[in-house]
Write a protein that binds this ligand. Structure first.
Ligand code: SAM
Length: 240
């Protein structure tokens, strides 16, 4: 990793309360593997080391805001793509047990190989659609946290994520700026699937100043059996 990317990672991580110094080797390996994997799997549009460090690594670490990802929690990363936020979180919080999920098998194959190369056995990837995996008895109602970055609008995320959570578990959704309409629809959808919005935390990404919002939804009641609906329906007909 070049000197400027290293500086940006260190500075950006510090702004989220993370000391990146002990992890610079792991992040450098992740950067190299992502660039190599990108040639085959189209994992990211970002090309420069500085962009990848800020917009994937530091951006993923902002899921730690609010302190909801401490300890040996069972975490599902819904729509992980090239492994974000899974990899940055697993590097700095190795006690998290993370299951990254994605509908695209090739991406999950990359995530599995990269987890092995980085020696992160606590990452156990699964390929499949959240609509189907959320009905698997081995997964439904078994997670302490669901993290999600850049996958869908809040009402869709609520329907896809809440079925995975235990009672009292949290959905941590990292999004760009959110409109009052999306937030309102998200609140109503969350109620429908057994959740309640607990935190709405607008902030700016370190260094770039891009607007972000971290939304935390708590599972307060069992998700009705009819959710999630069949593949594609949560997106084509959002609850609200
Ligand atoms: N979270 C990653 C990130 O922040 O870089 C990837 C974001 S990418 C824009 C969205 C990913 O979500 C895609 O890889 C897509 O395959 C996955 N995805 C979308 N809907 C899904 C669903 N219903 N079940 C599983 N994966 C889904």
């Amino acid at each position: 990793m070049n000197e400027e990317a290293t500086r940006l990672l260190t500075e950006g991580a510090r702004a989220t309360g993370v000391d990146a110094a002990p992890h610079l080797g792991a992040f450098a390996d992740l950067l190299r593997l992502l660039q190599e994997g990108n040639a085959r799997h189209n994992l990211t549009a970002l090309k420069t080391e500085e962009d990848i460090v800020l917009k994937h690594f530091v951006d993923s670490l902002t899921c730690l805001r609010g302190g909801h990802l401490q300890g040996s929690l069972r975490v599902l990363d819904l729509g992980t793509g090239g492994g974000f936020p899974t990899f940055p979180l697993a590097i700095v919080q190795p006690e998290l047990q993370i299951t990254p999920v994605d509908a695209t098998r090739k991406k999950i194959e990359y995530v599995r190989a990269t987890a092995e190369a980085l020696n992160l056995p606590q990452i156990t990837p699964r390929s499949g659609r959240a609509e189907e995996l959320g009905r698997d008895p081995e997964l439904r109602g078994t997670f302490d946290r669901v993290v999600v970055r850049a996958v869908a609008a809040l009402p869709i995320l609520a329907e896809l994520a809440l079925p995975f959570l235990k009672s009292g578990g949290l959905l941590i959704a990292q999004k760009g700026p959110i409109t009052p309409e999306e937030l309102n629809a998200g609140r109503r959808a969350a109620r429908e699937v057994g959740g309640a919005v607990r935190e709405v935390d607008p902030f700016t990404l370190p260094v770039t100043g891009d607007d972000r919002t971290l939304i935390v939804i708590e599972k307060v009641a069992a998700t009705p059996e009819k959710y999630p609906r069949a593949v594609g329906i949560p997106n084509s007909k959002p609850l609200f």
